[in-house]
Design a protein around this ligand. Structure first.
Ligand code: HEM
Length: 494
């Protein structure tokens, strides 16, 4: 009897293995993998850099095994275009992610939502109601005020010749702007648990869980990580419930409230019943968490990288200051409406995004059906990473790719908005960043203001070339070491 069971079991295993073999036979090439761990042994601290090196050997469309999970990695503009434009709809979903499943309401959020009618409705709502130009402009005076607070702090630091931790200051500016816009309160004024919670959420969302690498472990919680995710999910939920309750109370006691944050807008939509799909408190909470996580570090990290490059390249800094002086003259205050007239600023920012895209592998995409692409067959459920960091360094596309040369964009029509596959800091296609306009506005504004108002000196006799540009891979890839500099106020005599 036992032997019959053994034979049956062996047959099932063989059929499974043969099916898997057939399914994966026509996947793109890739490095030899080890049993069970796949190619995990090939990765150090910066996944995007390792994938870049591996792609040089195995090609711009390759297969990498993270544990048992095959993942297709695209590393050239042509490959990116295949996935994000020519087969955009097929690759517009997101894979299962344990932390996002627990924390973001069973992945019912926009960032990690599965492609389908629900995600489409959520995306439309966010794009049309929360991230449109009118809404973004309605927060213009708030942004101006927050930037002015930072400038005042820096003027004081300049008079004492203090060394400033610019990374920390930019993170706090960006978090304050995000919180004021989304929940109507400054980050500095919300309780410590919230800060901790957002940081842990980002950390969990960036870290693969064992169950994602080895699906057969999905039901075993080895590291207690599922328990941890559930605890974070509970504190997030509690926090968001309080935010919504507070807004509801304020709204019923003061109907004439003038400043409308994003919670107000979402509550209005929910109460009006006008949403074209099921839209209740759970959905409001999922969007709020998305907006907070997506907007908090992305802009500040981009600014941090661009300023690092400017400190490393004093000649570029001087040229930019001279452009800013012509437009902003004696006023000192950078106005958002004038930013579009600044060609060199635009080039500096594009060059910063090329070398330092804050999401170097975008977010993972997943296919919703079988697909044949460039002669390869990819089964439904294939995961895709687009290495935009590698694309920004592709020597077939960029001359002297490792160098920071904003002038390369003179008379070039290449832009960051997703139409040019050589430069994709915001992605492209259906899953591209809906916060692009807001992100770009903040980056332009802050870089322009900090460069216009201040000269920057490096501490301890450091030379520009000594600035350490090591990266720390994460959901947002930031500098490994904080950017420290001494501000020197330059508008005294103007
Ligand atoms: C400089 C700032 C920013 C950069 C560089 C950036 C970059 C990105 C990237 C690379 C993606 C993934 C694209 C893909 O997977 O193909 C993304 C997605 C997203 N971003 Fe941004 N982002 C920025 C700011 C913002 C802001 C300010 C918000 C909102 C307040 C935002 C909201 C989102 C959302 C909701 C998604 C998910 C879209 C989806 O999956 O449908 N981002 N962003």
């Amino acid at each position: 009897m036992t032997s019959i069971w053994l034979v049956a079991l062996a047959s099932v295993a063989i059929i499974f293995l043969v099916k898997e073999f057939i399914k994966r036979r026509k996947l793109p090439p890739g490095p030899i993998r080890l049993p069970l761990i796949g190619n995990l042994h090939m990765f150090g601290e910066n996944l995007h850099q390792d994938l870049y090196k591996i792609a040089k050997k195995h090609g711009p469309i390759m297969t990498i095994y993270f544990g048992l999970i095959p993942t297709i990695v695209a590393s050239s503009p042509y490959a990116a275009q295949q996935f994000l434009k020519d087969h955009d709809q097929i690759f517009a979903s997101r894979p299962y992610h344990a932390a996002c499943y627990y924390i973001f309401y069973k992945q019912r959020n926009l960032i990690m939502g599965k492609y389908g009618p629900y995600w489409r409705h959520m995306r439309k709502l966010c794009t049309l109601q929360l991230l449109n130009n009118v809404k973004i402009n309605s927060f213009q005076s708030m942004r101006k005020q927050e930037v002015q607070i930072l400038v005042n702090f820096l003027i004081k630091a300049a008079s004492n010749r203090d060394v400033v931790d610019l990374s920390a200051k930019l993170a706090s500016l960006s978090a304050n702007m995000a919180c004021l816009m989304v929940i109507g309160k400054k980050y500095n004024n919300v309780d410590g648990d919230f800060k901790d919670m957002i940081q842990q959420t980002s950390h969990m969302a960036a870290t693969p869980n064992l169950a994602e690498l080895f699906p057969f472990l999905r039901f075993i919680d080895f590291q207690g990580s599922v328990l941890r995710m559930k605890q974070i999910a509970e504190s997030c939920d509690e926090f968001l419930e309080n935010v919504i309750d507070e807004h509801t109370r304020q709204y019923s006691s003061d109907q004439s409230k003038t400043s409308i944050d994003m919670v107000d807008t979402l509550m209005e939509i929910m109460q009006s019943g006008e949403a074209e799909f099921e839209f209740d408190r759970r959905h409001v909470k999922a969007i709020l968490l998305d907006l907070l996580v997506a907007s908090m570090d992305t802009s500040s990290t981009s600014i941090e990288w661009i300023l690092s490059e400017l400190l490393k390249h004093p000649n570029v800094m001087k040229k930019l200051q001279s452009e800013l002086d012509n437009v902003f003259d004696q006023k000192g205050i950078v106005e958002e409406k004038d930013l579009k007239n600044l060609d060199y600023l635009n080039m500096v920012i594009k060059e910063g995004f090329r070398l330092h895209p804050v999401a170097p592998l975008l977010l993972p995409h997943e296919s919703i059906e079988d697909c044949t692409l460039d002669g390869f067959q990819m089964p439904k459920g294939s995961r895709v990473l687009v290495n935009v960091w590698a694309i920004g360094r592709d020597p077939d596309v960029w001359r002297e790719p490792e160098k920071f040369i904003p002038e390369r964009f003179v008379e070039s029509t290449i832009d960051v908005r997703g139409q040019n596959f050589q430069l994709l800091p915001f992605g492209s296609g259906r899953r591209s960043c809906p916060g692009l306009q807001l992100g770009l506005t903040i980056v332009h504004l802050v870089v322009a203001q900090l460069v216009h108002s201040f000269d920057w000196e490096l501490p301890n006799g450091m030379m520009p070339n000594d600035i350490n540009m090591t990266e720390k891979f994460g959901l947002v890839t930031a500098r490994a070491l904080p950017l420290m500099a001494i501000p020197i106020y330059r508008l005294h005599n103007k």
